[in-house]
Design a protein around this ligand. Structure first.
Ligand code: AMP
Ligand code: ZN
Length: 464
């Protein structure tokens, strides 16, 4: 397996610490709002990476956190607390907000066939671990207490700028808007490990600590959860490119200070999904979610297909036209597969050949578009029996997860009766020019997996 390593800025051969086993950590969502489809692009890439490694024969132990405390709007120490701000916006407690958006996150990821990592842990459940780590960093001189908070002294890190390629100049006050004059810090780039209530007196989530009642910084959460479940040597750490600095940079500083040696060998980052106005964000432009895509009649898996067509290290620009193109290519592909003859007739001799091409595409820095090319080549190969094609497609779909081969779905009498009744209701609404109501009925059915097809002869339906 070859992977681009942000740490060395090179494509490198991947070798895990323990033969055959990959310890992988992926930063999870901050649950203050729905995930937008940009966030979900990163989770799709990580899912394909995990399944690709498995296809190559590795056992993957993957851990993901749920950030429910400590994440500031700046990603550094300044700005507002994202969770507090979200709770205020929605009139919920921080705990209710976290529960609500954690569930919403898993509904979305399931629709995209993103498998749940083996271990998923809430940041707020591991405060004892952070306290233990921070205490060790204080004892060993990596951290200091100032103005009631505990900070990490970045001059004590071995090579603080290695991952990001930045320098001390970049961290000067005024150069980055997230760096503010904070007299409590020894160096402007130092970051908070533990904040006492002096920062936000009304903080909902707070715990007792040797340094006063307070809460952990965002970065220590990932170092802590990774240490707890994956031990002191990590093979792969992933995230979107915006995580490189300061989040991952600070994770390295803390974890290596705590363990006293190099911690993670491979840092793999996914490029962003942009919209026409630039980087997609939750506060900028149209807030694109999976539910919005569905409301507009797209299937979530056509978005997965859209993402897989480009390499994770390339920026991808979203537009409705581009998604329409992906949806139509995806449906065409599925229809082609549906038309294959299922009569058993396996051509074993070519299976190895295509599987090794598919493995090469995975091993080539997770080249998802090449994986799809191998799939199309299988479909085009006139010497392969349909049955062999189906066998291979099913096999590749373990990584692609596009539901390429679907069981024939049968509609029960009850369901049919309900759908026909809804079609009638919708016709009635249309007749009365209640178009919003008519669209709502169509969308509700779509969300139940039933797509209405309007034609001059009337409305029919199909199960999707
Ligand atoms: P957050 O919930 O803000 O902590 O972000 C969750 C994940 O989404 C992180 O790994 C980010 O790096 C990633 N991310 C944020 N914005 C984008 C984007 N526009 N495209 C792709 N990934 C993103
Ligand atoms: Zn993280």
């Amino acid at each position: 397996m070859k992977l681009y390593n942000t740490l060395t800025k090179k494509v490198e051969t991947f070798t895990p610490n323990e033969e055959g086993i990959v310890r992988m950590y992926t930063c999870g969502p901050t649950v203050y709002n729905y995930a937008h489809i940009g966030n979900l692009r990163t989770y799709i890439f990580e899912d394909v990476l995990e399944k690709g490694l498995e296809y190559l024969g590795y056992d993957v132990i993957r851990v993901m956190n749920i950030t429910d405390v400590g994440h500031m709007t700046s990603d550094g120490d300044t700005g507002e607390d994202k969770m507090e701000k979200g709770a205020l916006r929605e009139g919920k407690t921080v705990y209710e907000l976290a529960d609500f958006y954690t569930n919403a996150f898993f509904v979305d990821t399931e629709k995209l066939n993103i498998r749940k990592p083996s271990i998923i842990e809430k940041a707020s459940d591991h405060v004892d671990k952070y306290i233990e780590m921070i205490q060790k960093m204080l004892d060993e001189g990596y951290a200091y207490i100032s103005n009631g908070n505990v900070y990490f002294d970045i001059t004590k890190a071995k090579d603080y700028y290695e991952l990001s390629g930045k320098n001390a100049e970049d961290l000067k006050v005024g150069v980055r808007d997230t760096v503010e004059e904070d007299k409590a810090k020894r160096n402007p780039g130092d970051f908070g490990l533990w904040f006492t209530v002096s920062k936000f007196a009304n903080q909902d989530m707070k715990w007792d600590s040797p340094w006063g009642i307070g809460y952990p910084g965002w970065h220590i959460e990932c170092s802590g959860i990774s240490a707890q479940y994956l031990g002191e040597y990590l093979d792969i750490h992933c995230g979107g490119i915006d995580n490189i600095f300061p989040h991952h940079t600070n994770e390295i500083a803390q974890s290596e200070a705590y363990f006293g040696h190099k911690w993670c060998n491979y840092w793999v980052h996914g490029e962003h999904l942009n919209d026409k106005s630039g980087k997609m964000s939750k506060s900028n432009g149209e807030f694109l979610t999976i539910s919005l895509l569905e409301e507009k009649g797209f299937s979530p898996l056509s978005y997965r297909f859209f993402c897989l067509n480009s390499h994770y290290r390339n920026q991808l620009t979203f537009s409705w036209e581009a998604l329409k193109g992906a949806e139509s290519a995806y449906q065409k592909l599925k229809n082609k597969i549906k038309s294959l003859d299922k009569t058993p007739d396996l051509h074993e001799e070519k299976i190895d050949y295509y599987q090794s091409l598919f493995k090469e595409a995975i091993a080539n820095d997770l080249n998802t578009s090449s994986m799809l090319t191998v799939l199309y080549d299988v479909l085009k190969d006139e010497q392969l029996s349909d049955f062999t094609k189906l066998y291979l497609i099913d096999d590749f779909d373990k990584v692609l997860s596009l539901n390429l081969i679907e069981e024939e779905k049968e509609i029960s009498d009850d369901l049919e009766e309900m759908v026909l009744k809804k079609i009638e209701e919708r016709n009635e609404a249309k007749k009365n020019k209640e178009f919003e109501k008519a669209d709502k009925i169509r969308d509700e059915l779509f969300n139940k997996g039933i797509k209405l097809i309007d034609s001059r002869e009337g409305t029919t339906y199909e199960i999707i």
